[in-house]
Ligand binder design. Sequence first.
Ligand code: SF4
Length: 356
Amino acid sequence: MREFFFTFPDGSLDYDCAACGGACCRGHGFGGARGRALTGFLDEHPALELMVVRAAGSEIDVATTRTGCPLQDVDGLCSHHSRRGLESLPTVCRLFPFDILRRVGDTLFVSPHHLCPLELVVPPAPGRVKGSHEALRLLLGAMEPEMFEAKSPLPSPADALAVVRRERLFLEHVTSRLGASRFLETLESLPSHGPGVAALAERVSQLLGLDPGARRPVFTAPVEAVLHALAPGLRVDMLHLQEPAALAALTITARVVFEVLREWRGPAPTLQTVHDIAWAQQPTIRLLAAWDELPRGVATTIPRDLNAEQCLDLGLMFGAFNQGRGGWERLSEVAEDRPRYVTISLLKDLARSAGA
Ligand code: SF4
C-alpha cells in the first residue's frame, strides 16, 4: 500500500489552463518513466519522438521549444488532451503541476511545481479544486511503479517514519490557521517552537541585514496566507534539519519575503511571486539556520576550530570561506567593506559548497 503526503493544505491550490495558455508546455520539456503510457504516447506522435533528448534506464526526457509543444493548439491548450481526454495523456502531463515527487521511506511526498501560476484558495475547498488531495491520490494510485523510484533523502526507515509524522503534524497546524493567523504567529504557536528558534532567527536576520521591525508591505494579508500554503513544501528540502533549525529557516524566509515586498510596486504578488522570492534564498537560509548542525563537507571549507557562535559572524565566515579558496583576507575588511548583495552572493557560494 502506497502512502502519499501532499505538502500543501488540501483544497488550497487551483489553476486555470485556459487563462494561462500552457506555460508548462513551453520550453521546459517533460519526462517520465519509460512505461506503456509514455512510450505509447510517443509512438502516436512522431514529432515528439524526434524531440527525445534522453532515454536512459527507466526514464525518458522530451524537449519542448520555448514557443511551445508541437501538440499545443493556437490557444495554448493541448490538442491531444482536447481530442482524447485527460486519461489518455502520459502520467507526467496528467499529474502536472503536482509532480515534484520525493520518496521518504514508504511515503511519497507530492509537491506542486511553481512553474504553474497556481492560485491560493482561502478558505480551502477540498473536493472542489484541482489541488484536492483525494483526486490526486486516485491519480497517483494508478501510476506506473517506476514513478516511485524518486530519490529518497532519508534512507533509514526509522528516521523516515519520524520525519513523515513530523511533517504531517506541521501541515495540519498550518492548515488549521490558513487565512486566520499571521505566519510567524502560526510558527510560534507550534509546541516545538522554543526560545532557541527565536534567538537563532534573530542572529541570522542580523547577519542578512533584515529589519523585522520595519514597516510591513501593503499586501500583508494575502502574503501571510501564501506563506502558510508554501511552508510545508519548503520544508521538503529541510528534512535533514532538526526542528528548531527548520522553524528558524521558515522565520527568516518570511522576513526575507516581507523585506523584498516592501519595495513592491506592481500588481498584488501572487503565490508564484512569493515562492520565487523565498526559493531564491533557500540554500543560504538553510545554511545559516542549521549552522550548529553542519557536520558535512563544510569541514574542508571552514576551519574546524571555529565554534557555532563564531561561524555566525560574517567576517569569520567569509574569512574561513576565502581560506577554503586559497588564502585568508583580513577579517575586518571582509566584514565591513562588502555591500549586502556581495554578502548574499558569498553566502550562496558557501551554501552550495556546504550542500545546504
Ligand atoms: S502551467 Fe498550470 S495553468 Fe498553465 S497550462 Fe500548465 S497546468 Fe495549466
